[in-house]
Design a binder for this molecule. Structure first.
Ligand code: ACM
Length: 678
């Protein structure tokens, strides 16, 4: 009887009509229709591929099976896919009309149809089919005993063709495994451009056979071999991702000039030397644009780098040339005069224009940060907007200016995930805000955007937590309809999406515990974990105090590294406070005061832990302040004490101070609301 009931219940659950709001799809598809019924999964579930796809679809479908099996534990029978039409009887039929090209503006659309006994993915290219497989994995549902896909039809395509992630491997080297797992995560979010920042003041990270000095003198031994680069480019290609290398010139050149000081712009009174930088910041080291040798070396570097990357774009950086070395160098000043170059921008344009044919030779287009957009710059260049906001047309809107001036352009301002801003900032940052009027031609020049992961404060230990899950929100902004903007829905779906990223090896969740264990000196981490869910790392680069606090070899194993933007409990607390302020019932009050009780206990636990964990000491002042204010608010809200507003204000302000642990209390704003009404 009991068994019968369970079976009945399972049957009932699996046939319950799923609603759109229950689905944790991301990026949200352009069109989805849910029908009645389900496709039940069994170990006999198989995949078949037809049409004329690129063989990458076999790898994609095999990975799909392994992930599905990992989630369901079904011991699926089908092992690998290697050929067209291998299993004509399979329940999942994928048809691709043609081989997808890893390039911009390729067809990435797909149609996914789930019926009760058959699933089909139809796509023009295998790239679309790969996206369809990701959507299908996200559709997976379960009852208490089984797994199924809801009967549904999805018709999907990207809003923008360029959906990228930049990883800076120069400031902190990021090993192959870090790059690969992030490529997998990108593919799961239907992202298609990996921009790889390979050289900067703090290091040269790509092996060049014709220039061994670069890695010998400027990498500290941390660099990608050519075999590794090729392997990653292939790995990305298999996942439908284009890789764009960046060699940042003429500024950000300390590493390059450490190997080749003779092409630097510093005045050569005696011998000029450069060195690899150990701090963050903007440095003076700049290539000499008047020296023919500069172009000889660059051309040879570009020849070798270009051959390792199959795509048709090459990023030359071009940002933050502070001009100090150029200004101080009389030969360079004379060159400007002789060549009618009015200022350093003109001189940099002269330099940039020399790079175009070097890249054209390899069928590559030059891309650069927005500083390269000067009056005489070639309209073939792609402008990468990064400064200011994307809203004002003139005030910082390089993307709009570029599109209006005839350049193809990609947005990164608003997508700087290293600023550690909240989800909403990035998610609501539209590449083409509604209030900005662009013609259809201008709109078409806005290719999309890129999340930017600068690596001054990230190592392999914490980098995933800075990229994910916020980059999933950016991926949705770039793929989905402009109308998909509901934060509540985003946050709800992101919980599942974030968890599913673990399946791809992303360490953003699990490494937190690793860091906390280190801080706790291998004691119980519960109280630390609770506190980390209330704190956020300082935003907008404030953590690094002008680039001087953390050098490239400084520890990034600290409390701020365990904390993240969008502190988990801050939102819960904020909701409890809002609910209470709207309606001061006993229950609503208790929901708020329960937090205070927990925080007082947490503080005592942290103090106890600190007896054998010196790394906890820097956290204690902030935790104590929170505990003090919590106690006071408990007394006041429970009417055990009348309000002493001076004391309350004082305690509140202590909750708003920069902690020696480089974090801020994410519950501060909600605390302030409570103090203000009490
Ligand atoms: C940049 O952030 N300097 C492009």
């Amino acid at each position: 009887m009991k068994y019968f009931l369970i079976v009945l219940l399972a049957h009932f659950i699996s046939n319950a009509q799923i609603k759109e709001g229950q689905l944790d799809l991301m990026p949200w598809p352009q069109k989805i229709n849910l029908g009645a019924g389900t496709f039940a999964l069994s170990k006999n579930f198989k995949v078949n591929i037809t049409g004329n796809p690129n063989p990458r679809i076999f790898i994609g479908a095999t990975n799909f099976l392994r992930r599905l099996d990992g989630r369901t534990g079904l011991f699926l029978e089908q092992a690998f896919l290697t050929k067209i039409n291998e299993k004509p009887e399979a329940e999942l039929q994928i048809n691709c009309v043609r081989n997808g090209k890893i390039e911009i503006n390729e067809d990435e659309s797909y149609q996914l149809v789930v019926t009760s006994n058959k699933i089909t993915i139809n796509a023009t290219t295998d790239l679309g089919a790969l996206h369809g497989l990701e959507t299908l994995l996200q559709l997976l549902q379960n009852s208490s005993t089984s797994y199924y896909f809801p009967v549904s039809t999805v018709s999907d395509f990207p809003r923008f063709t360029w959906r990228g992630l930049m990883i800076d491997a120069a400031r902190h080297f990021q090993p192959v495994a870090v790059i690969k797992r992030n490529l997998d995560a990108m593919a799961s979010m239907k992202m298609n451009v990996f921009h790889w920042h390979l050289a900067d003041d703090q290091g040269w990270r790509i092996e060049l056979k014709n220039h061994p000095k670069l890695t010998e003198l400027a990498s500290d031994g941390y660099f990608y071999s050519q075999e590794e680069i090729k392997n990653i480019v292939k790995y990305a290609d298999d996942r439908g991702i284009l890789v764009i290398p960046e060699i940042d010139v003429p500024g950000h050149a300390s590493a390059l000039l450490t190997a080749y000081p003779e092409i630097g712009s510093a005045i050569a009174n005696g011998k000029v030397t450069y060195e690899v930088q150990r701090n963050s910041g903007i440095f003076n080291a700049t290539l000499d644009p008047t020296n023919p040798k500069t172009y000889e070396i660059l051309s040879s570097i570009f020849d070798e780098v270009s051959l390792l990357f199959s795509g048709s774009y090459f990023h030359i950086g071009g940002d933050e040339n502070n001009g100090k070395e150029w200004n101080a160098n009389p030969t360079i000043q004379k060159f400007k005069q002789d060549n009618n170059l009015m200022n350093n921008h003109d001189l940099q344009t002269y330099f940039n224009m020399k790079l175009i044919p070097m890249l054209k030779k390899h069928n590559k287009k030059l891309m650069g940060w927005e500083e390269i957009m000067t009056e005489n710059m070639s309209k073939d260049a792609i402008i990468h907007a990064w400064r200011g906001t994307n809203e004002g047309q003139e005030a910082g809107g390089a993307l709009v200016k570029a599109a209006k001036s005839g350049y193809n352009t990609v947005l990164s301002n608003g997508y700087y995930i290293d600023l550690l801003l909240g989800l909403e900032t990035h998610y609501l940052n539209d590449p083409i805000p509604k209030k900005i009027i662009l013609s259809p031609e201008e709109k078409a020049r806005v290719l999309g955007g890129e999340a930017a992961m600068w690596s001054e404060l990230v190592t392999p230990l914490n980098i995933d937590s800075r990229i994910w899950p916020r980059t999933a929100a950016i991926a949705e902004r770039l793929w989905s309809s402009q109308e998909v903007t509901d934060m509540k829905s985003l946050r709800k779906r992101l919980k599942t999406i974030s968890f599913r990223l673990e399946e791809l090896g992303i360490t953003h969740l699990r490494n937190k515990e690793v860091i906390l264990r280190n801080i706790s000196n291998n004691q119980d981490t519960q109280s630390l974990n609770n506190f980390s869910n209330l704190c956020e790392p300082l935003k907008n680069y404030k953590r690094n105090g002008g680039g001087k606090k953390y050098r490239m070899h400084s520890p990034l194993t600290l409390f701020a590294d365990a904390c993240n933007a969008d502190a988990a409990q801050a939102l819960d607390f904020s909701e409890a406070v809002s609910t209470y302020l709207d309606n001061k019932t006993v229950d609503n009050k208790r929901a708020v005061t329960n937090f205070f009780k927990k925080w007082v206990v947490m503080n005592n636990d942290l103090i106890a832990l600190s007896a054998n964990a010196p790394l906890i000491q820097p956290l204690l002042p902030l935790s104590q302040s929170l505990s003090d204010l919590s106690e006071q608010l408990l007394l006041v809200m429970n009417k055990k004490q009348t309000v002493n507003s001076t004391l309350m204000e004082d305690l509140l302000e202590k909750c708003n101070t920069r902690s020696p642990a480089d974090v801020e209390l994410a519950v501060y704003t909600s605390l302030k609301k409570l103090v203000e009404i009490n």
